[in-house]
Ligand binder design. Structure first.
Ligand SMILES: Cc1cc2nc3c(=O)[nH]c(=O)nc-3n(C[C@H](O)[C@H](O)[C@H](O)COP(=O)(O)O)c2cc1C
Ligand code: SF4
Length: 355
């Protein structure tokens, strides 16, 4: 029997099924001021209406200088709480858990947001330059994340996901390639994890006991072995879930996948982390068929399965899955047109949704 529509739990809070909308920026649906727009609300509401268990709202920046792009959602000021509240309400109306990803791009900013971005230590690869943060700046960024989480709770979200994956600021601390600091935030494994853990502790102090705090992390952050150790530390220190993707970069794991494994190495990395922790683990990346989801859940390889582009292509993915109807498959365009404008996704054009 399929476990997809069985309940799951995070921090003791019931989730109606095991499907997750992973965070995905919808840049063209926002303005340069970082406020929630009607288009964003429509986007999340429509996906939630189809019965998804958890919606993780896209990377939302905790500091305006840490933006990835001009038109990224913001959570660095109380003025954003009202719009974000509308978003969480729409997601809750449909009975989905509402989590928001909080983010700082560090080195990975696009456009003219800041001339020389901050990162763990001075960086220059010929294309990108970054400046190592002072201890005072680390304190400030820590506080930005904590205040971001406090605002998320005020806006009605059930929890936050720290963006500790895909090359952004927290990975720039985890990564040995980038983090060359010689103080208590660099060098040893313990030191490179310190910033994320201090943010977690700060959020716990300032939010209520039922507030969920998870983290997105790579299974390839320096190595699979190191990532498993990091996951164990994250569990011990009190994160409520781990959402496993890639770390500072996309270097594949040096592993051979089991013969019958129906997904890629990124999902496999998540299953290896799940073997080593007891908190819920979410896996993601190119999972788009029921058979894959069933394999991962029925064999207890993952607790939750995140479906990204397949839900951008077919907003009704969850309902179609539940009712045994055909799914409008993602065409795997390179790059995904949602990065520029969701309205250009060939599947959205086919549906005439955004005319
Ligand atoms: C348009 C787009 C925007 C994305 N934005 C984010 C984001 O805000 N935060 C994040 O952690 N990952 C982001 N991702 C990565 C996805 O969450 C997911 O990990 C990735 O798409 C792989 O899953 P999939 O194959 O199911 O799409 C984005 C991906 C896409 C296609
Ligand atoms: S733009 Fe292409 S890759 Fe992106 S969701 Fe749509 S069909 Fe998939």
């Amino acid at each position: 029997m399929s476990e997809i529509f069985e309940s799951g739990y995070i921090r003791g809070i019931k989730v109606k099924n095991r499907l997750v909308l992973p965070p995905m920026v919808t840049f063209s649906f926002s303005e340069n001021d970082g406020f929630v727009t009607d288009k964003k609300i429509f986007h999340y509401k429509t996906i939630a209406e189809n019965g998804i268990g958890i919606v993780i709202v896209e990377a939302t920046c905790v500091n305006k200088d840490g933006k990835l792009s001009e038109d990224q959602l913001g959570i660095w000021d109380d003025k954003y709480i009202e719009g974000l509240s509308k978003l969480s309400q729409e997601i809750h109306k449909e009975g989905s858990l509402a989590i928001i990803q909080i983010h700082h791009a560090g080195l990975r900013k696009r456009g003219e947001i800041i001339q020389i971005p901050v990162t763990s230590s001075d960086y220059d690869d010929g294309k990108t330059k970054g400046r190592g943060m002072t201890l005072e700046e680390i304190e400030m960024v820590k506080d930005d994340f904590i205040q971001g989480a406090v605002r998320a709770q005020k806006a009605g979200f059930d929890g936050v996901e720290l963006h500790g994956a895909h090359g952004y600021l927290l990975t720039q601390f985890f990564s040995e390639k980038i983090n060359k600091r010689t103080d208590s935030y660099g060098g040893s494994f313990e030191n490179r994890n310190r910033l994320a853990l201090e943010i977690l502790r700060g959020i716990r102090e300032k939010t209520s006991d039922d507030f969920i705090v998870g983290i997105r992390m790579g299974s390839n952050e320096n190595s699979l072995e190191e990532s498993i150790e990091r996951a164990k530390v994250f569990e011990k220190e009190g994160f409520d879930f781990l959402h496993v993707s890639t770390g500072f970069d996309g270097t594949p794991l040096d592993v051979e996948l089991p013969e019958d494994f129906p997904c890629n190495w990124i999902v496999y990395g998540a299953t290896r982390i799940k073997e080593n922790v007891s908190i819920p683990v979410m896996g993601v990346n190119m999972i788009k068929e029921k058979q894959q989801i069933d394999y991962l859940l029925n064999n207890n390889l993952l607790d939750f399965v995140a479906i990204g582009r397949a839900q951008l292509a077919d907003y009704d993915f969850t309902r179609h899955l539940k009712e045994g109807e055909d799914i409008l498959t993602c065409l795997e365009c390179k790059p995904c047109k949602w990065f520029s404008n969701g309205e250009n996704c060939p599947r959205q054009i086919q549906l005439g949704r955004y005319k």
